[in-house]
Design a protein. Structure first.
Lengths: 138, 138
DNA sequence: ATATATGCAAATAGTTTGCAAGGAG
DNA sequence: CTCCTTGCAAACTATTTGCATATAT
């Protein structure tokens, strides 16, 4: 049977912090945010609760190079990461859930899910990197 | 101008090890393989060369949760990871490079690339996890 | 010659875990 | 009263880096 979960103050704080953020925060950003409400909460507790909430499906865990990020939006969608500053945004492109079945057909494995990550530059980093005096800025 | 690269014995060993593997090895697996040829090569050198070869586009770096993996096949294609044992295989599904342009249109960012990772169970782990005595095995 | 690359070891980043004490149900 | 959860600190995994030395070109 399912493990019985308790409604702890800490768990609620973590969930609220994820729900109040629209910037796909890292575990450490959640930790900082929650610390402002409860200066005693520990990193371990934040990590444990983030993982627990993600396992439950209450929040979404996004596996990005350089650390997981969390998303209050749980319906599957792609993400775009700035390779310069690490910022992450949602990509409003149609998500094709049927690809899982295709992948299973092709490979013989059981396929549960898939995720797509785009890599690029956010406007701020793109503009900053556009070195003045060099013409080839496209 | 481009940095000038030297053809070191170590770099060749690392590249050969990636090219000889068909199992999407981790950096540590490459390190072990190369160590058999040259017991003196250091982990740092292996990591440096793997990153360098991936930056050049000579090999492919696959960002998976739990560590990067490397692929001798550089043309873009999706990967399937076993969430139980970490094994990785290629997924022979069509890769749509034009999605990058669509994502750029939708977001206003510069989009360089994207990758898709499927998660599931390899046949071995699926069979092992199929607990005998429980009927609902589908 | 000279700058790139190596080996080593220490440092870093992100995350997990063991354990005793705390608290939800 | 039970056992899930927390706080703390230490452990862990994957990877990067500073520096003196070695080596490719």
């Amino acid at each position: 049977m399912a493990v019985q979960r308790r409604n702890t103050r800490q768990r609620k704080l973590v969930l609220d912090a994820v729900r109040q953020s629209c910037s796909h925060p890292t575990a450490d950003e959640i930790y900082s945010a929650v610390r402002e409400q409860d200066p005693k909460i520990s990193r371990g507790t934040v990590y444990r609760n983030l993982n627990l909430l993600a396992d439950e499906g209450t929040i979404l865990s996004i596996k990005t190079p350089g650390g997981n990020r969390f998303d209050r939006t749980v319906d599957p969608h792609a993400h775009l990461i700035c390779t310069a500053c690490g910022r992450v945004i949602d990509v409003p492109l149609p998500f094709d859930g049927s690809l899982d079945a295709s992948a299973a057909d092709e490979t013989g494995w059981s396929v549960m899910s898939h995720y797509t990550i785009f890599e690029g530059l956010c406007p701020a980093c793109r503009d900053r990197d556009a070195v003045p005096g060099i013409e080839a800025n496209l």
